[in-house]
Design a protein around this ligand. Sequence first.
Ligand code: MD3
Ligand code: FE
Length: 208
Amino acid sequence: MQDIPINGLTGLSYLPGYFDREAQQDLLEEIRALVADAPLYQPVMPKTGKPFSVRMSNCGPLGWVSDINGYRYQPNHPATGNPWPEIPARLTALWQDVASNAPAPEACLINFYDTGAKMGLHQDRDEKTFEAPVVSVSLGDTATFRVGGLKRNDPTKSFRLQSGDVVVLGGDARLAFHGIDRVLKGTSTLLKNGGRINLTLRRVTRPD
Ligand code: MD3
Ligand code: FE
């Protein structure tokens, strides 16, 4: 485990190679099954309707969605209207391992990056509580990840996220600006047709 201070913020820990190849394959199979039920869709930006380059789905009681009206968490898939599938046990076990003091995760956002997809610098602040960390899992091609501070213009640090890596964003770092600059084609054989999957586990509501 590596604690990486960024702009004086504490709470970012990096766990390279948390999942070995076999665990990555098992997790990938679980995600494939889940996405067969809750298909990846292309979200659009609020107001402008500009499509994201990343396709998304979710599992858990709540899922993060973006459409013309805004960003929000909701219990149903925007296209099928069905409840999101359950969070796989392997991921709740990960949360137990790295975020055991936090209330249980309610949402797992699934991001799929084709080569060429990216995610601009943003904060994750659509949750009603920031007391739990965000826990991220990377699968497939390596990505260049960028993290800054609490202000958009704070200096940023880049590092590479590889298949099997886990990042825990807790403490002050929970609200740091971050984004994905690019996905490096041909860096992993996990996904047959290349690309990258990122899973982020989140607590959304305040526990009672
Ligand atoms: C740093 N996903 O879904 S995960 C997102 O790889 C998102 O798809 C990226 O940003 C991806 O919102 C990055 C790592 C991550 C997640 C949340 C963070 C880094 C973070 C919250 C605060 C600071
Ligand atoms: Fe984010």
